[in-house]
Design a protein around this ligand. Structure first.
Ligand code: NDP
Ligand code: GDR
Length: 356
């Protein structure tokens, strides 16, 4: 294929994560050549993209992985130079809010300065006019509630080292757009989940526990703040939104959300119901417990260890701009999302019953 008629080429950082795997599938289905950045780890970390692997010795390989790290600017410059991508999706991050309180400096390095490093790579290599840039911004920017629902014009007030690092990522993306005329856009994405969600995020922790409790493999799940409210959608819908953001005529900032909000407690009820267990609640605050109706066994307990030093209590997105201008709409309700995740975790529990 000649250079002028070559396939569109995307570089995805964070390709081994939840969103990176769905985005890779989407772009491959659209005919892209996809290059992903994976980190070196002491054990395999490509589980979510193994099904996309192609033997690099074959002809017309369209999915390739490269070692890299957002904390290594020389690595990023070399990769961008070698790959010459038309689109970069910066999904790599230390993405766990609670963990960011434990590793604030690393989180800032990867999530904030990592974004700068990639933007600088584009600038240093003179690709400002040919390479579009997507930044994985987040509803955690809103943090302490200023208005409900939150839209592109709602003021930011981040409440964690993660949120503060992502605030830098957001603004440096806006700044490079304005300073250098780059096509650099932010997707301000509200929580999105799937069967591929990491096991320590609350939805997956709950669906995994509900599945295992229903099979008698686990007794109880310990959670933190049951009152937190989130706007939960399906990751597959949200990666479609990322792609649409980079196909728009002009670079801009966009909220992707469902416009529906659910408490952690209610998500528990939905997940346990999908696993065939009805739950009722007793007690308050740290004493609150979830009891299964059929046996009166306690299946949910609160452990204050999971409370955060500063919490984000309520996130509800207003996706009307994306609906109007990108034609993007979410297609999965939170009930269906919980049910799909529980079904997947039931299947996994059958295969790996010994994994605690
Ligand atoms: P995951 O935690 O599932 O994936 C994060 C990815 O980043 C993994 O591939 C991880 O690699 C990689 N990574 C972490 N640190 C580095 C580093 N220093 N250098 C290179 N790669 C690194 O996140 P999601 O897929 O859920 O989220 C994707 C992005 O979107 C993240 O930036 C997240 O902050 C943001 N976001 C997510 C939302 C959500 O609800 N899911 C909502 C809004 C924003 P490894 O597999 O080796 O750990
Ligand atoms: P969040 O997701 O912090 O919104 O960040 P998470 O699922 O971790 O927490 C959601 C809410 O649930 C409460 N919670 C618990 N959370 C976890 N992880 N474990 C628990 O046991 C537990 N109990 C209650 C939390 O306090 C919180 O209020 C996610 C990440 O994907 C970010 O990268 C992304 O930017 C945002 O979503 C949008």
């Amino acid at each position: 294929m000649s250079e002028s008629s070559r396939r569109p080429r995307a570089l995805i950082t964070g390709v081994t994560g939840q969103d990176g795997s769905y985005l890779s599938e989407l772009l491959l289905a659209k005919g892209y050549e996809v290059h992903g950045v994976k980190r070196r780890a002491s054990s395999f970390n490509t589980e979510r993209v193994n099904h996309l692997y192609q033997d690099p010795h074959e002809d017309d390989v369209r999915f390739r992985l490269h070692y890299g790290d957002l904390t290594d600017s020389t690595n990023l410059i070399r990769l961008v130079q070698e790959i010459q991508p038309d689109e970069i999706y910066n999904l790599a991050a230390q993405s766990h809010v609670a963990v960011s309180f434990e590793t604030p400096e690393y989180t800032a390095n990867a999530d904030a300065i990592g974004t700068l490093r990639l933007l600088e790579a584009i600038r240093i290599l003179g690709l400002e006019e040919t390479c579009r840039f997507y930044q994985a911004s987040t509803s955690e920017l809103y943090g302490k509630v200023q208005e409900v629902p939150q839209s592109e014009t709602t003021p930011f007030y981040p409440r964690s080292p993660y949120g503060v690092a992502k605030l830098y990522g957001y603004w440096i993306t806006v700044n490079y757009r304005e300073a250098y005329g780059m096509f650099a856009s932010n997707g301000i994405l509200f929580n999105h989940e799937s069967p591929r969600r990491g096991e320590t995020f609350v939805t997956r922790k709950i669906t995994r526990a509900a599945a295992r409790i229903s099979l008698g493999l686990q007794d109880t799940v310990y959670l933190g703040n049951l009152d937190a409210q989130r706007d939960w959608g399906h990751a597959r819908d949200y990666v479609e939104g990322m792609w649409r953001i980079l196909q728009h005529d002009t670079p801009d900032d966009w909220v992707l959300a469902t416009g529906e909000m659910t408490t952690v407690r209610h998500f528990c009820e939905m997940a346990f119901k999908a696993a065939g267990i009805a739950v009722r609640w007793e007690g308050e605050n740290e004493e609150e417990i979830g009891i299964r109706e059929d046996t009166d066994a306690v299946v949910v307990r609160v452990d204050p260890r999971y409370y955060r030093p500063t919490e984000v209590e309520q996130l509800l997105g207003d996706p009307s701009k994306a609906e109007r201008e990108l034609g993007w709409t979410p297609s999965v309700t939170v009930e269906d999302l919980a049910a799909e995740m529980v079904q997947s975790d039931l299947a996994l529990a059958h295969v790996q019953p010994e994994v605690a």
